[in-house]
Design a protein around this ligand. Structure first.
Ligand SMILES: [Zn+2]
Length: 363
């Protein structure tokens, strides 16, 4: 093998590199950018998938975007405490999971998750107060308080009817909200930009908080999905509370002056609150109901995949690679068809040899 560099620009500089590049060229399945030649996604899409849970999501949901829901949720949970099974399930969720032995698959990611979750009950990593959008309350770290955060985030998501949260993005947002309830370890340091602003020897170090690693978020998201009782309770409560809040808000919006009403009704998903169905009565969740909901969630039947009969795609569309994205797409489409056609021919041949008959022509 030639000692060739891996970056596309360096590759393109030499004839050997160009040949290597030709062999390695692979386009991202999502945005058709160049990938590293092995992965089916480009660097940006890979990063989005690992940090946000979906290749289509491009940003983090900030704390200030959902903290105004925390107040009503806390008030509601005080009047209607969550049923015992839910609280117990949440308490079990908050216990760090068991270790995976060294050497087995998933050992490192599990160790990172345990390291993160072990900090949660530690008072050094707990905050003093929680901002509820305009006012503060003393921060609490009971299972109910964690449930309140989950419900508030779910209300934010439900307000948008799940738009903007494809694939695993919802679970990742919930996981990030749980992590955000605690302080995170950091280190003392200073950026080189700020260092230049100070006279020599006068720079002050600042604590820079370490970012949550994507492995921890993925582990938490998977763990959230395991605790279905919590998930169902959080979702049903979020929906009923949101309907209640929107119902309370409707007369206030109507009382505003026309110009203000226009502004107030803009961010809401449904501009006509009158046409909405009657909001559900206050939710009282019992254990039976949870079991009912839990059992009643139908796993949606996958739509039948209608596959067209594979056909011969013909010769390769572009024997010379000119580097354009359009040609890449053309070749990819052809390659897919070609692979299917070859697989079809192989399966036909296999069937025919099983039946001790002649294979079809062209195999
Ligand atoms: Zn991409």
């Amino acid at each position: 093998m030639y000692p060739v560099s891996t970056t596309p620009r360096k590759l393109a500089a030499s004839p050997i590199g160009r040949k290597v590049q030709e062999d390695r060229d692979r386009r991202c399945d999502i945005c058709a950018c160049q990938t590293n030649g092995v992965s089916s996604l480009c660097r940006r899409c890979l990063s989005r998938r690992s940090r946000f849970g979906s290749v289509k999501v491009s940003r983090i949901i900030e704390y200030r975007e959902y903290n105004h829901f925390l107040g009503p949720v806390t008030k509601y949970l005080k009047q209607h405490p969550p049923p015992l099974p839910v609280r117990e399930s949440m308490a079990r969720f908050l216990l760090p999971p068991g270790k995976i032995p060294v050497g087995q698959v998933g050992h490192k990611s599990r160790a990172l998750l345990i390291q993160e979750m072990c900090r949660w009950p530690d008072p050094r990593y707990q905050k003093k107060k929680t901002t509820h959008g305009g006012y503060d309350r003393p921060a609490k770290y009971t299972p109910t308080a964690y449930l309140a955060t989950l419900i508030a985030v779910n209300m934010f998501i439900e307000e948008r009817e799940g738009r903007g949260f494809p694939d695993d993005a919802e679970q990742f947002t919930l996981a990030r909200a749980l992590v955000r309830m605690h302080k995170r370890p950091g280190r003392r340091g200073i950026s080189s930009k700020k260092l230049k602003l100070f006279p020599p020897g006068q720079a002050r170090l600042e604590i820079r908080v370490n970012r949550v690693c994507k492995t921890v978020l993925a582990g938490l998201a998977a763990r959230l999905r395991e605790f279905q009782i919590v998930g169902v309770y959080v979702l049903t409560t979020a929906r009923s509370l949101l309907a209640e809040l929107q119902h309370d808000q409707a007369p206030r919006n109507a009382a505003l002056s026309p110009r203000r009403r226009k502004v107030a009704s803009m961010p809401q998903p449904q501009p006509q609150p009158q046409s909405q169905p009657e909001p559900e009565p206050k939710l009282k969740i019992t254990a039976d109901m949870l079991v009912f909901h839990y059992g009643a969630i139908p796993s949606a039947p996958a739509p039948p995949i209608v596959e067209e009969e594979p056909s011969d795609p013909g010769p390769h569309p572009a024997p010379r690679w000119d580097g354009t994205a359009a040609q890449a797409r053309l070749i990819n489409a052809w390659a897919k068809k070609h692979d299917r056609w070859q697989a079809f021919l192989r399966s036909q041949a296999h069937l025919l040899t099983l039946n001790n008959t002649q294979p079809p022509e062209g195999v």
